[in-house]
Design a protein around this ligand. Structure first.
Ligand SMILES: *Cc1c(COP(=O)(O)O)cnc(C)c1O
Length: 429
């Protein structure tokens, strides 16, 4: 009996869609999601004991590989001393110091438990700090599922073909303005009209929730300059890119510093840790110092923080990102050659350990270009790879993630799988 099918049947009876987060449900690729029972290094095994080379990495956090012994030991040691106290711990101080040390521009930081909380709180802070209400986001960017951010968003909303959620009051979404990504003219026009009313602009510097679209350097610089000129808070959402694309996150790649940065995914190493932080004069508006309220029973949880600290201490080692980048580049070069040989339109994008695969001749630079690519080819490609034991994100609109645990052999096996997969889908082109 196929255990995945049995479990999915059971799951669908007691959970909506059988999952606890929508993209996991395989709705856009068809078939039954795999139920994972254990993982190690670059692999996980489903309930049928089928092994997969994993390129989801828990949607980014597993940058050092699954069940890394140092991370597991740190978690076990922390757990043995108690699972949580609701009072301050040394580990939280260590983590805050480490984050501020690693990311220039982070003068103070507050730990939370999810990226959604980090972005939601960052926006409240920006509004409290500026005394303004209007928020600007960009089409195809996803910043978690708080009400004001579920407008023309990416990730699961795009996967399910509905970029805005029902259940969000107009009273809330009317203060969220949406602009096209990478459009400097539209940005300048908006600032001329409403610059003095804008509380914050939030963006993904590399938009991994519409596959992989990087901001242009001109766009990043324009954002920085206009926010400074008009006194709006620039929130760079690095929940996905933070310590994933490089040692100083995407801000190091662009040489642009946020007023407030949001972090998540990698900084928890697979456990629920996220954070927001930045300029000390802005952070001083947070309770208990200032009037912007935010709190969390599990914020800074010692077991979760232990996993995050252990992970960050590994990525800080010399050569970590060079190694990760080389692995990613090798794999993508193999994919590109395989696609060419099969006559499939294909392009790739990458930064550090994060990548995008596109069924288009060149990599998209906007949401519109992503939508214009042959996303219809993705489900067949995804399943062909899965049949070969390679697990990609089950959506054409999600980035992929390399880990330090992927070996040369794993990458060679992945390229071999891609060769077969491209041949399988060639007749659909
Ligand atoms: C994943 C993600 C979030 C939301 O984080 P959760 O931990 O899923 O709430 C926010 N912003 C970006 C850019 C993300 O990739």
């Amino acid at each position: 009996m196929n255990q995945n099918d049995i479990l999915f049947d059971r799951a669908c009876k007691t959970s909506p869609g059988g999952v606890n987060s929508p993209v996991r449900a395989f709705r856009s690729v068809g078939g039954t999601p795999r139920f994972i029972k254990r993982a190690k290094d670059a692999y996980f095994w489903d309930e049928n004991d089928q092994r997969y080379i994993d390129y989801i990495g828990s949607w980014g956090p597993i940058i050092v590989g699954h069940a890394h012994p140092v991370v597991v030991k740190a978690v076990q040691d922390a757990a043995a001393n108690g699972l949580g106290f609701g009072t301050p711990t040394r580990a939280e101080v260590d983590m805050a110091e480490l984050l501020c040390d690693m990311l220039p521009g982070l003068e103070q930081v507050r730990l939370v438990s999810s990226g959604t909380e980090a972005t939601m709180s960052a926006i409240r802070l920006a509004r409290g700090f500026t005394g303004r209400d209007l928020l600007v986001k960009f089409e195809g960017c996803y910043h978690g599922h708080s009400d004001s951010l579920l407008v023309k968003a990416g990730s699961g909303l795009l996967t399910l073909g509905n970029p805005s959620s029902s259940g969000v009051p107009v009273a809330v979404s009317k203060d969220t303005l949406v602009l096209p990504y990478n459009d400097v003219d539209a940005l300048e026009t908006l600032f001329k009209e409403k610059g003095n009313e804008l509380a914050a602009i939030i963006l993904e510097p590399i938009a991994g929730n519409m596959n992989f679209v990087r901001a242009t350097p001109e766009f990043m610089q324009a954002l920085r300059d206009l926010c400074t000129q008009y006194g709006a808070v620039l929130i760079i959402d690095e929940v996905m890119t933070g310590f994933r694309v490089g040692p100083q996150c995407a801000q190091g790649v662009y040489g642009v510093t946020a007023d407030i940065t949001t972090l998540g995914k990698v900084i928890g190493g697979g456990m629920p840790v996220a954070a927001f932080g930045g300029r000390a004069d802005i952070m001083a508006h947070m309770a208990p110092l200032g009037g912007v309220y935010q709190a969390g029973t599990l914020s800074g949880n010692p077991v979760a923080v232990a996993a995050g600290m252990a992970t960050l201490n590994i990525v800080r080692q010399d050569g970590f990102y060079e190694n990760l980048r080389a692995k990613t580049a090798t794999m993508l070069a193999g994919f590109t050659a395989a696609a060419q040989a099969a006559g499939v339109p294909f392009s790739t994008e990458m930064e550090g350990g994060m990548f995008g695969l596109f069924f288009s001749e060149s990599a998209p630079k906007s949401f519109a270009e992503v939508m214009a690519s042959r996303v219809d080819l993705f489900p067949a490609f995804f399943h062909a790879m899965l049949d070969e034991g390679v697990y990609l994100s089950p959506s054409a609109f999600e980035a992929g993630f390399m880990s330090a645990a992927h070996t040369d052999d794993d990458i060679a096996a992945t390229i071999e799988a891609a060769k077969k997969a491209f041949v399988k889908i060639a007749d659909k082109v």
